[in-house]
Design a protein around this ligand. Sequence first.
Ligand code: FAD
Ligand code: NAP
Length: 511
Amino acid sequence: QVPLKPGRSLMDWIRLTKSGKDLTGLKGRLIEVTEDELSKHNKKEDCWICIRGFVYNVTPYMEYHPGGEDELMKAAGADGTDLFDQVHRWVNYESMLKECLVGRMAVKPVAALKGLFTCSHKILGLVNNWNEVYFLKCSPNFVSFLPCVSGIFWHVTESYDWFQTDSLITVVIYTKQKDMNADLVIVDCQDKQLRGEIIMDDHSYLVNIDLDHAVSEDVAVNIAEKVGKVEIILNKKDNVHWKMLGQPCEGHNTFIKRTDRGLFYRKCKLVSKTEVTHDTKLFCLMLPKGTHLRVPTGQHVYLKHIIAGTEVVKPYTPVLPFLPLDFQEPPCHDGVHIYLMIKIYSHGLFTQALDHLQIGDYISVSNPEGSFKKSQVQTSEDLLLLAGGTGFTPMVKLLNFALTEVSCLRTVKLIFFNKTENDILWRNQLEQLALKDERFEVQFILSQPSKDWVGKQGKISSSLLSEFVKRSRRDSKVLICICGPVPFTEQGVQYLKDLGYSQEEIHAFTA
Ligand code: FAD
Ligand code: NAP
């Protein structure tokens, strides 16, 4: 992220797009753009970019781009789809850049082949890119999905099947993955639409069907972890015999990279909003009845909301409703609620809109994302957490997981950087937790303390880190997690490396 000039905020951009100004220079005409034509528009003052076959004139957007002009210029006059997917897959560019749309790329004869083509009535071929060719073999009740890399070798990955009783429909997905668990299965069933996504490392398998008959909102998910079998159990609304499961919808029965799959959102109801500090609130959202979704430790979701007619998307990291103070109780994953601890910025576009939501209002919540893996903690003996402001949010589930489920951990230390005492999130709970669990220690460091503050003060620095970040034994296995404002995180990682910690020992939470 780069600092934007005054008058160049997202809200200013939305205003400009609504002003009726001709942002493409084409007076509302849409054209077919050849590669030659696209490549000519490669300067800051005349910049076109192609994203997923659509060409945008991003010249007027340059100064509004949060990532800076140089970042946008990397795709000037070219196809920016990959660049865009790497950095801002979650940004709804269709909505954000709709007034900048120049037209579609002209289809070359060879490119036409990149779509879906039918080989016979039983075998469909789908060319995703030139290195990976997928074939779908279909029979009435059984569909298997066979990736064929460069046409040379084949191996079966996932498949699904379904069966019925008088009252139930069971969809069975055979993932053939041993460590399958509830965090990896996301199911949404609403209005005859069934969407089941199974996460397998950086790929996902999707079942997406317009069901033949209505089902009730109750959905159950059973997982046979050892064999990797996932059952999605639906309740028929009427006790009729189904002749077929339904019609396939977009992406049905595909196994593709997660980054190639669009983010799926469902509407969640705001059920409570409670104060955490003077500017931070705990929002509790309720998932729809037909949704099975758990946000894994260390991952975030995207919230989507329409602000002044434009879809705006921002990431947030779910927390727990409170810290694990009572270890007799199981970790609170009720599977129905998502808790978000959100700082409301007085000039913040999205957080102001969130703050104005009323109890009972709805907001769209995406599937989880993030690169953190629980296994990173499972083998650690010392866990060190460096948090700046709301960078504390990923640490909440991490603390819970570490203290309740990781037996080899000897020490867990949170070093929490804030401006003032009033900004410290869940201070009371953290202090109680430190009293209760002798493995846990918390250190508050303030950058703008009042004169009464007797604790540590300062900003993240090499000397502060060398004072607080230590292994409990000379050879202990350590994991250091860091999250906060981008420069805080970047500087912190550098200081840690300078102190001799390896890349594998550091996890930085970023978008
Ligand atoms: P904007 O309209 O973008 O900014 C308006 C003004 O607010 C800015 O000029 C600046 O003064 C201030 N401001 C905005 N964003 C920031 C910022 N990031 N840091 C410092 N000042 C800022 N936030 C949470 O509160 N809770 C979370 O759990 C959380 N999780 C996140 C997870 C990820 C992976 C990432 C990348 C960010 C997360 N954030 C979280 C930040 C969140 O996504 C938004 O950036 C934030 O809510 C501000 O949005 P806004 O539209 O209100 O502010
Ligand atoms: P804040 O209150 O502004 O800052 C928290 C502490 O960090 C303060 O002590 C502050 O000191 C210090 N700090 C701020 N900028 C710094 C910098 N450039 N260098 C060194 N120290 C710095 O923080 P916030 O408003 O809560 O923002 C939290 C940030 O965390 C947001 O940017 C949010 O996007 C990010 N976040 C990321 C994730 C994720 O998973 N990636 C999750 C949650 C939050 P001074 O300001 O006094 O210098």
